[in-house]
Design a protein around this ligand. Structure first.
Ligand code: ATP
Ligand code: MG
Length: 379
């Protein structure tokens, strides 16, 4: 069987690797050149996009910002999973919020800003701490502006006047003092079978994910059930097929959806070694209508992103239950270069293993790791 993935970055690469043992071959589309490439070495394959679409059993995406004309073309084949509406909802915060509201799924208090005049009195309505998010093309914290006091509003309004808010509105969200960020990654296959992975706990730095721990610490069954219910409600309502990530804010026992990603997700990379079935293989299974795999875990896992650096000491390869995944990219500031998965039999031992790992990493690029390792070790 064959799957064609729109987008040719690390997520397509990891889908390729996970699909191979099932005898499934994965090709990728470079959405800039519209050529069909090998997801591993990015070499251009001798096949037209149309022929690749015809030959594929399923088409899918590795990111939601695929140009709309390509998505429509893919959707016309009748083989695009998840469906185009789900992908577009993930790419546009206005559509995403409308979807959450329509299905009564709790999310942050917000307003859609289409003209700067709407900012009059906004701090009276949402409070002085507001996060403004461009409705499209934002990721890793890009396309966001933070207001922490009313006195900054005038300067922000000036900045927003230069934007085309009619074309790309902003979502103004009340900044939440949440307890922590977690994510629920689940999958639904063509037959409607659903499996959710254990909740991951996510640490961000400057809007970018740095560390995930899964299963998260201090998760009782009811929280996992609540998250699974959100997933089921959303995925069934959207007639979603594939892996879907739901980013959540935890406030006490309450879960609020921050955003959804209609694809495999960085906070699910731990499943490669920490789970019976990885999210990448689960996605391939789902879009091909194969039975979903077990979501049982091998102990507890941490995923550490390698961001903006490539001077990793290969000595870490000698550490027990520590797995390096490099994406083969050239280094740039804030660029995700790879990740490291660490598996242990308890959160305490996971903390100890992460502390051992820090000896092999340029720690200025891992601002959260030391503290997180100590927290886990003493948990
Ligand atoms: P991603 O890379 O996950 O796609 P993103 O740039 O699309 O990120 P968000 O996930 O919306 O954007 O926001 C990035 C981070 O900013 C969140 O993970 C969280 O740490 C913080 N953040 C976002 N919204 C809020 C909010 N309403 N209150 C407090 N913090 C927030
Ligand atoms: Mg996010």
């Amino acid at each position: 069987m064959k799957v064609l993935v729109y987008g040719s970055g690390q997520l397509a690469q990891m889908m390729y690797l996970a699909a191979a043992p099932l005898g499934v071959s994965v090709q990728a589309v470079d959405v800039n050149t519209e050529s069909v490439v090998n997801p591993l070495d990015k070499s251009i394959l001798d096949i037209s996009l149309n022929d690749a679409i015809t030959q594929a059993d399923a088409l899918t995406v590795e990111f939601e910002h695929v140009p709309e004309h390509l998505l429509k073309h893919a959707s016309n084949s009748g083989k695009l999973y998840p469906n185009i509406d789900s992908i577009l909802a993930g790419a546009d915060r206005v559509r995403e919020k409308a979807l959450l509201q329509a299905y009564g799924i709790a999310n942050c208090e917000h307003e859609i800003i289409r003209t700067v005049q709407q900012l009059d009195g906004i701090t009276e309505r949402l409070g002085e701490r507001i996060i403004f998010k461009a409705s499209r093309d934002g990721y890793d914290g890009y396309g966001q502006w933070r207001l922490t006091s009313k006195s900054q509003l005038q300067a922000l309004i000036k900045e927003f006047q230069a934007l085309d808010l009619d074309k790309v509105p902003l979502v103004a969200e009340k900044m939440l003092a949440f307890d922590r960020e977690i994510s629920l990654i689940g999958s639904r296959n063509k037959q409607g079978q659903i499996r959710c992975f254990s909740i991951a706990e996510n640490l961000h730095h400057e809007g970018q994910l740095h560390v995930s721990v899964a299963p998260a610490t201090q998760i009782d069954e009811s929280l996992q059930t609540q998250a699974n219910e959100i997933f089921t409600k959303l995925s069934e309502a959207m007639d979603y097929v594939g892996v879907l990530a739901v980013e959540l804010f935890q406030c006490g026992e309450t879960l609020l959806v921050n955003e959804i990603a209609p694809r495999v997700h960085n906070s699910g990379h731990w499943t490669q070694q920490g789970c019976h079935t990885s999210q990448f293989q689960q996605h391939i299974r789902a879009v091909l209508g194969l039975p979903l795999g077990s979501v049982g875990t091998y102990g507890v896992s941490a995923m550490v992103n390698i961001i903006g650096c490539d001077d990793i000491d290969n000595g870490l390869l000698g550490l027990d239950n520590t797995h390096l995944h490099l994406y083969g990219k050239t280094v740039r500031a804030k660029r995700k270069m790879g990740h490291i998965n660490v598996v242990a039999d308890s959160h305490q031992n996971l903390g100890a293993s992460l502390l051992a790992l820090t000896k092999f990493l340029p720690m200025t690029h891992f601002p959260q790791l030391n503290e997180e390792a100590k927290r886990l070790k003493n948990s």
